[in-house]
Design a protein around this ligand. Sequence first.
Ligand code: FE2
Length: 342
Amino acid sequence: MRYLPLTEIQEGMFLARSIIREDGRPLLARGTKLTKGYLKKLNAKGYPFLFVGNRPEDLEFQGAISEQTFSQALGVVRELFLRVAKRKNLDFRALLEVAEFMVDEIVEKPVLYNIIDLHNHNQNIYVHSINVGTIATIMGKNLGLSRKNLRELATGALLHDIGKMCITKPLLKKGQLVEEEDQEMRAHPRYGFELIRDYPGVSLLAAHVAYQHHEREDGSGYPRALAGHQIHLYAKIAMVADAYEVMTSGRSDHRTLWSHEALTQLALDAAAKYDLNMIMLLAGSVALYPVGSIVLLNNLEVGMVTDVTPEHLKIEFLTGEDQGKEVLLVTDSLLKIERRLS
Ligand SMILES: [Fe+2]
């Protein structure tokens, strides 16, 4: 399996991960043989990279959550958020159910957040919500939280930005906000809290994730300038998951960072803004080299990461005598990654 720019993908290759539309329905399913027509359409829709394989049997890929759960979550979150924007009555039952599916999948197997986000081309708040929900749940699992606690955390993380839907539409743009807009944007945690808090069946702690996810360890955050132990554990988890996702997915105004760069950046900020324990927890919950990363190995060959779990990392050689062959790297393997190339 390869993660390639569209310009390098040829007709006849197979799609290794489904392309899912904003409403959660598949645009093209995994295993689809790519035709000239499909490639043209994907180019027009602005997909810069795809996961592809040369043969249908090259397509095995294990993300932290299944494609089915991802697309279901996307549909549910989008529907709920759009109802907020249209000031319609809210029903969180489908969201609670999908949070439970996510928790079940993440608890049942050893997982890392190991995906290069395919949605880089847009600023999709729904995809961001699912990614933050996924990362936060993996972190919570690694911290040893119970299933009940994980469901509360996942629900809160999926909904952390729901309050943004109360803000007038033009404000959701990228780039510098003028002061007045900034003021309104800073109200989204409170709006989110108020939307979630009174709904029967949704834990008040999930509402507090929305309320507190922009607070910072040193009290420099908003809306209430809480500090240290005043911030709930779930919110501490969600805030680093949120920051990491924004840094690595192209959703910030700054250069998109690679996973290991984002972790370094967060650790540098840690003393002031984040709880250092949460950064360590994040570092153990996300892949340093996600699937699709091209890496330089210590034997000076180049390889591509094709699978990564907490126990191993699988590399396919792209150069040298073993080109095309796969090798499994474990902690004490002699072969090691020197650095990421792309
Ligand atoms: Fe936010």
